[in-house]
Each structure stands twice: as C-alpha cells, then as structure tokens.
Design a protein around this ligand. Structure first.
Ligand code: DAU
Length: 337
C-alpha cells in the first residue's frame, strides 16, 4: 500500500536531502513537496528525482491556506521543514521569521487537523534551548532561545506539541544540531568557509572563535527524522545530536587543512550580537529508540568539502548571481571585517 506524505520546504537544504533519501529508502512512499522557493529554496537540489513517479512538486506557501489545503489532500503524514533558518538574517530582519516559522506552522497544523492527518513532525532546532557552559540539554529542560530566529522556532515547536495535548493530533518535534553536507546554502559557516578558502579569500571568524557547535551529517539527520516519525511518541520532542563538538576556530582550521590552505586565511571579525556560546544536547531519548549516527565527523567534513570543490558552479551561481545573497552578504558583514 502506498502512503502519501507532505514534506514542506523540500527544496531547501535538509528538505531536499530528506526527499531524495526517503524516496530511496521506502518504496511505499509518495512524496508531495510544498515549497515556495524563497531565496534559499532551489529545485536544482532535486534534479535527480524531478521525474520520479512517486514525487510531486507543489509551489506554494505554508502561510497560504489555499496552497496548504491543496497540497495536503490525501496525505497521512506531514514533515514540516519549511523555514527561515539563518540566525544572522534574523538579526537584520526578524519579521519574516515569525511569519514563515511561527504563523506558517500554525497554518499547517490547522490544515493537518482539518485534513485528518495521522502524524505531524516539525523539524525544530537545538537553538530552542539557548546556550550552556557545561553539560547537555534534555528534552524537558527549560527553553531559552536568544535570537529572533530561535524564538520563532521555539514558538513553532511548542505550538506543534500543544496540538497533541489539545487536539489529540499525533505531533512530534525533532531538535537537531548543526547540520552540514552538499547543497547547503553558502551563507552557513561550512559552505561559506569552504567557498572562501577555495577562492583564497579570508574566512570571517566571529569573535574569538571559541563558540562550540555540535555537528551532524545531513544524511544522519534525515535518518533521525524518519526514525522519530516511525518510532516516536505522540506529543514528544527528541533531541538529535552526535558526539562531535568543535569550536568554530577548530572547524576553520580543519577546512583549511583538508584544502591544503594556510591558517593565515582565518580573519577574526566582529562577533554576532548575542552569539550563543555553546550548544550541547543529550540525544539519549532518541538513541533509546534505536537511532545511531552512521558517519564520523571528519569523514563527512572531507566528503562535504570535496563536494564544494567539485561543484563550484552550484555555489558560485548563488554567490555571484543572486541579488538576494549579495545584498544580505553586504549588510551582514558591513562594519564587521
Ligand atoms: O544549531 C542548529 C542551527 O544551526 C540551525 O537551527 C540553524 O538553522 C542553522 O543556521 C545553524 O545555526 P548557527 O548560527 O549555529 O549556524 P551558522 O552556520 O550561521 O554558524 C555556525 C557558527 O559559526 C556560529 O557559531 C557562528 C559562526 N560563524 C558563522 C558565519 C556565517 C562565523 O564565525 N563566521 C561566519 O561567517
């Protein structure tokens, strides 16, 4: 029996990996991808599946009830990834984050409820917890987001869980750590630093570079989402993280080492306002359901850096031709360097 599922934001970085991975892993699934193709949405990420018999693309906005009602018809499951995701952009203009992330999630939950959807999973973020100096956040810990981005995601996260409590909808949330891999929009640190290094340009390291992030391969993250979808309990949140923690300084050094470039390319620049120092999660609850990451950080980083080296045309088209990228970059780094 075929099962029709709705993936929102399927033309985005994690979304497109999820669409490709899911089609490959599960021959019974038919995927409807609802994506409005905002600045970071890009159908070239889905080139290899665009004519797949179990894939449909629907261009539309999660905030637009008519688009959502159309796309959700006949779907038993929703995986919601459509979002504004870049912290620095939210510091320049937070409004669109609340519109897409918070109101968009509300619209989708309402549509799911009316359409009789059986499972609804929101892909949230580790940033909902905020920063901590030592130890690891568990799912029941207090949420303390610190940027417009993370506040908009926290509202969406709690709203999603409230639909289990109030309406009995089988909702779940995954709170993932920093994800990386091919096709990530080049404003994020790994593709940005790699692209800079490949062009022998300076890598803009914020502040002292001692902030700590937890890193997960995008395929492991997709596997975790599907695992929670299958085994997760109604109304529960699941942290998704790995044992791989790194300071940004160390990350920059490793990218340069892989590419054989000098560390003198690292340039300290003015810090991100309100920059969270350290994200750290316990993923014990997810591991108890049987999930494990398959990739070691170093191996994934090498593979990813190699991909950007071999696919320059993809990111160069964005960096050099996209007016939205250029405008953002000029604003975000003005007065920093
Ligand atoms: O933790 C999960 C989150 O990871 C996701 O929810 C977000 O959508 C995603 O954007 C990411 O947020 P970060 O702010 O951690 O990612 P970003 O790649 O922007 O930055 C990673 C670290 O690198 C952060 O400490 C800031 C630093 N950084 C970033 C840029 C773009 C620099 O030092 N220089 C830079 O130019």
């Amino acid at each position: 029996m075929r099962e029709k599922v709705l993936v929102t934001g399927g033309a985005g970085f994690i979304g497109s990996h999820l669409v490709r991975f899911w089609l490959k892993e599960d021959p019974s699934v038919v995927i409807v991808n609802l994506d409005k193709l905002a600045y970071s949405g890009d159908l070239s990420r889905l080139e290899e599946v665009k004519s797949h018999p179990r894939y449909e693309f629907y261009k539309g906005d999660v905030c637009e009830p008519r688009d959502v009602e159309e796309a959700i018809k006949g779907c038993s499951t929703v995986v919601h990834l459509a979002a504004e995701t870049h912290v620095d952009r939210s510091l320049l203009n937070g409004e669109v984050f609340f519109q897409t992330n918070t109101i968009g999630t509300y619209c989708l939950l309402e549509a799911a409820r009316k359409a009789g959807v059986q499972k609804f999973l929101l892909v949230s973020t580790d940033e909902v917890y905020g920063s901590r100096k030592t130890g690891f956040f568990k799912e029941m810990d207090r949420l303390s987001p610190t940027s417009p981005y993370s506040v908009s995601k926290t509202a969406a996260d709690l709203l999603t869980l409230s639909y289990a409590h109030t309406y009995g909808l089988h909702t779940m949330v995954t709170r993932g750590s920093n994800t990386f891999g091919p096709y990530q929009y080049p404003e994020k640190v790994i593709p940005l630093f790699t692209a800079k290094a490949l062009s022998d340009e300076k890598l803009p390291l914020y502040g002292d570079g001692r902030q700590v992030r937890n890193w997960i391969d995008v395929e492991d993250h997709c596997r975790a989402i599907l695992h929670v979808l299958k085994k997760g309990k109604k109304g529960e949140a699941y942290n998704v993280s790995t044992p791989f923690y790194l300071t940004n300084l160390e990350l920059a050094r490793r990218i340069l080492r892989i590419l054989g470039k000098p560390v003198s390319l690292i340039q300290r620049v003015k810090d991100r306002p309100g920059h969270d120092r350290r994200y750290a999660l316990s993923s014990r609850k997810l591991r108890a359901l049987g999930w494990r990451e398959r990739f070691r950080f170093e191996e994934s980083l090498r593979r990813t850096v190699r991909w950007y080296r071999e696919n320059k045309a993809w990111w160069k088209a964005i960096k050099e031709k996209s007016a939205e990228f250029k405008e953002y970059y000029a604003k975000a780094y003005a007065g920093r360097v």
